[in-house]
Design a protein around this ligand. Sequence first.
Ligand SMILES: NC(=O)c1ccc[n+]([C@@H]2O[C@H](COP(=O)([O-])OP(=O)(O)OC[C@H]3O[C@@H](n4cnc5c(N)ncnc54)[C@H](OP(=O)(O)O)[C@@H]3O)[C@@H](O)[C@H]2O)c1
Length: 281
Amino acid sequence: MKVGFIGTGSMGSILIEALIQSGALEPEQVTAINRTPQKAQLLAAQYEGLHVASTIAEVIEHSHIVFLCIKPMEYKKVVDEIAQCDRPDLILVSITSPVLIEHLESQLKCKIAKIIPSITNYVWSGASIGMYGSRIQTEDRLLLEQLMMSISRPIQISEEYTRITSDLCSCGPAFISFFLEKWVEAAVEVTGIDKKEATRLACEMVHGTGKLLTEGGFTPEQLKQRVAVPGGITAEALRLLQNQLEGVFHQLIQVTHAKYEEDLEKVHHVFYGQEVNRPQY
Ligand SMILES: NC(=O)c1ccc[n+]([C@@H]2O[C@H](COP(=O)([O-])OP(=O)(O)OC[C@H]3O[C@@H](n4cnc5c(N)ncnc54)[C@H](OP(=O)(O)O)[C@@H]3O)[C@@H](O)[C@H]2O)c1
């Protein structure tokens, strides 16, 4: 199986590196292209045998599956180029939430899937979200899931939940890191503890918490209750968080969904030249 990547920026290079390092792909199975060629050439220098293409047609020609790892507003130009060398057996995978499967199916005759990865996949961990277009057959889905299984836990969802699942799976690492950053900053300011030491403790705690929640049989609610014994210090602190964070997560979802709708509208306009009906959140 040959796999192509259009765009080797942050996410494209993470996917390529994780898939090669996990052993799912040999460098010889990968063809990549990037607008600024040096980024793809750096990967080729690191992974001997990885082929850097000079045109999108070359990537398509050499690949059974092609990942589109570009930003939403870069899609139309790339899709127009793919249309020139499109073929029905090609599996094209978008990793971008505001580009809908219907946008791509309307312009191309190949098989379309959407897989939203997460930076956590770099360490072969976390989920990846799979959505499959009308031309994807069971064997195509299984092939994609098998590929993603080497670096993530693939979870299939309905496309209407693209944004909220992307929030949880892909934005989540940034949200949790922000929480840790602020907590460590406060720990240093209030107590004078060494920042490196506090950061290490907090990071190990997140690692262990993740294990308990994925392998240890705990739900978040059970874990919280297990630690926060009644009348204890944790319970006192949780009461503070409960009060201070009231409504924050609803607002967070409103913000991500509003930005998603804005991007979706722009993409829709570029693909169809018309406005999209915006749902209210
Ligand atoms: N970052 C994440 O954690 C994450 C997680 C899940 C999904 N995603 C999605 O992944 C997509 C890419 O995000 P990113 O963070 O990887 O962005 P990025 O770092 O900007 O990477 C995009 C890459 O695409 C290249 N590119 C643009 N147009 C091209 C073209 N016509 N042909 C070939 N290459 C082209 C760019 O080249 P240049 O070097 O010339 O700019 C750039 O290297 C976004 O839609 C994002 O929503 C990201």
